[in-house]
Design a protein around this ligand. Sequence first.
Ligand SMILES: C[S@@+](CC[C@H](N)C(=O)[O-])C[C@H]1O[C@@H](n2cnc3c(N)ncnc32)[C@H](O)[C@@H]1O
Length: 450
Amino acid sequence: MENTLKKNDELEVEILRLGANGEGIAEFSGAVIFVRGALAGERVLVHIIKVEKTFYVAKLVKVIVSSEFRISSPCKFFGKCGGCDLQHLAYEKELEFKKDLVAGTLKKYAGITHEVQQVTSGEKCYHYRNKFAFPVREEEGTVKIGMFKTNSHQLVDIDDCLLQSDKTKKIIKIMKQFMQENKVSGYNEEKKTGQIKHIVVREAGDGFILTVVVRDKNKIDFMPLVELLKTQFSSFGVYKNINLLENNVIFGEKDEYIYGLKELEKNEFGIKYFVNNRSFLQVNDEIKNLIYWQILNEFDEDEMVIDAYSGAGLLSVIIAKKVRQVIGIEIVKEATQNAENLKKLNNICNLTNKNGDCAKIIPELAKSLKGDFSVVVDPPRKGLDKRVIEAFLIAEPKKIVYLSCNPATLARDLGVLVQKYEIEFIKPYDMFPQTANVETLVKLNLKERV
Ligand SMILES: C[S@@+](CC[C@H](N)C(=O)[O-])C[C@H]1O[C@@H](n2cnc3c(N)ncnc32)[C@H](O)[C@@H]1O
């Protein structure tokens, strides 16, 4: 690209489309300009903040001609906090954007032109999360609790988050009051000082568990916090977690129970399970349930199913209640342990939980099962390991039900699997409204063996 723009240049551009992260995209002399907050069809004034070899990043200065789908965002922190990408776009258009994103990515990277269904959404496009993890920081004596700005370590102090339940506002307020009244300090990243680094809250039903992550072993008396919480809530638990490491990982190894509920009980699909802040579970219950129902629907009673990348094993147990046999595979030890506990709690006998890397376990398993099985895969953003795909192509499971959180890696993987598989459906789900993320469920059936 001939760089014809410089940092700090200002110019007017037309926004042609939205990019994978929900940012507006304009073109200038053969290069693209990414403008967060701008919408397709708008004419905007932008300020160049980054010049790269093949693209520019610009800040939106002013909307000159507005899209008819631009709405005023309900959250006062939108645009400052990095949590949401699309609050300025009418929700029906957000769903359209996600459908187009999936279809466009599959076509661009894998030449797949199969119909992509309408995005399934839930009843809630706000207040849908059951978990938050907010950093706590202190600068010049002021405690901040909130979310980082996009791609930065600058914390935006928020007093509420509209993606969370209405308890959030009260919990943040109480936390700040507790810290102020009891002279408890927040973490200062530059100076590496301060006591509290994060607060993490998981909700289920009316209850919640609050974990306060502290960065030193100094004793903090948490009973005043418990007393403040009691004035507002009746069903909650409090834990302390010690994390001595200066990195981005939220939790340290050790949790210390302080007060109230130890876990939250849930009952779904006839399965009883317990949730805490360490549980590896989806954050949007409504959409999670819709997806799990759909997945369950795809398997028959007499099938043997591999649940690859199985997390805490909730889906494995749900499927095991229907089919002949299930093998769950998960790399994180604690998650496999959760899965084992869940299996015992629900007296499930036809499920085996294996701890390890799918890339190693699946090729071994596939050899012994010789095609007489089906699979459900729910990998992290990087998608399926090559060795997993190769094992599928050799062993030929009858069906592959693929749940993806990244259209780009989904496209890459489908591009290979279609050698032997036919796509039955591509169904996107809006698991994370107001953000650019989209979950996609794809069902693949083995083509007739020649
Ligand atoms: C998107 S989550 C899916 C969790 C689960 N299916 C659910 O619905 O809650 C992906 C899971 O894959 C696990 N994982 C990541 N890489 C893995 C690998 N190479 N082998 C096995 N599991 C892996 C992660 O620890 C995580 O629990």
